[in-house]
Each structure stands twice: as structure tokens, then as C-alpha cells.
Design a protein around this ligand. Structure first.
Ligand SMILES: [Zn+2]
Length: 132
């Protein structure tokens, strides 16, 4: 059975704070940033001030916006069906996100996906993914 997403709707804009402002400002400019440790060089998600692996300092880096579906759940009984997924980013971290603009019934674990910014109501666009 095919579940095609016809519209995306969110209750509101994401919450922002001084620590996440650079991330959301970059989203507004069409860039998807992740944090990378300046000591061990590992990238992580969600963005944190200190590296979760070695407590080193981190820097913002622009991610490629490419990944694969690591796990997936399609909410077929919602008023507007949607897919929530963990996407393994090319840089390494796994990110919880939505898969949009696709046949939800055709999504598969391991499938290649690419970044797509989705507008929010009155806030910065949200980074989500769509089949590559
Ligand atoms: Zn580190």
C-alpha cells in the first residue's frame, strides 16, 4: 500500500536558545550544520558544546546533507501520514528526523536520502530528508 504525503504541518517553530542560535541561523541561510570535536575529530548529533566522546571543544561544520535510513517508522493512522526515522549522516552521527516528499510505503532501511529544508510556522526551516 502506498502512503503519499500530501502536506506537512507543524504546530510551530522550533525552540531556539543562544546555544542553538548558530544552527538555526544556518538553517535559515540554507546550510545544515553539525558539531565536530576539535580534539578527536568525531562529529556528533544533536549539537552539544562539548564532545560527548572525549569532552573536547567542538566547532560547527557544514554537513553534506547525505545519509541512509538507519531505522524507520511510518505513522499510517495519523490524520496526515508521516515517517519518522533515524538517518545515519555521511559524517557518522545518527539523527532523528522526518522523511518527506515521497511514497511513505516505499521507504526502506538502508535507503539513501538527502537533506530537504521544510518551512516551519514563523521560525527557521527544519532539516528533514527525502529519498536521494
Ligand atoms: Zn572528541
Amino acid at each position: 500500500m502506498a502512503y503519499v504525503q500530501r502536506k506537512i504541518s507543524f504546530a510551530g517553530a522550533p525552540d531556539t536558545n543562544p546555544e542553538t542560535k548558530p544552527f538555526w541561523d544556518a538553517c535559515a541561510a540554507g546550510k545544515f550544520l553539525i558539531r565536530r570535536c576539535t580534539a578527536c575529530r568525531k562529529a556528533h548529533w544533536y549539537p552539544r558544546a562539548l564532545c560527548p566522546y572525549c569532552f573536547g571543544d567542538c566547532e560547527w561544520v557544514e554537513a553534506a546533507g547525505k545519509g541512509t535510513i538507519y531505522s524507520l517508522s511510518v505513522m499510517t493512522r495519523a490524520e496526515v501520514p508521516f515517517a519518522i526515522a533515524y538517518v545515519a549522516l555521511e559524517e557518522g552521527p545518527k539523527m532523528m528526523t522526518n522523511i518527506v516528499d515521497c511514497d511513505l510505503g516505499a521507504l526502506r532501511i538502508g535507503q539513501s536520502v538527502k537533506l530537504k529544508f521544510v518551512p516551519s510556522e514563523g521560525g527557521p526551516p527544519m532539516p528533514m530528508f527525502t529519498p536521494a
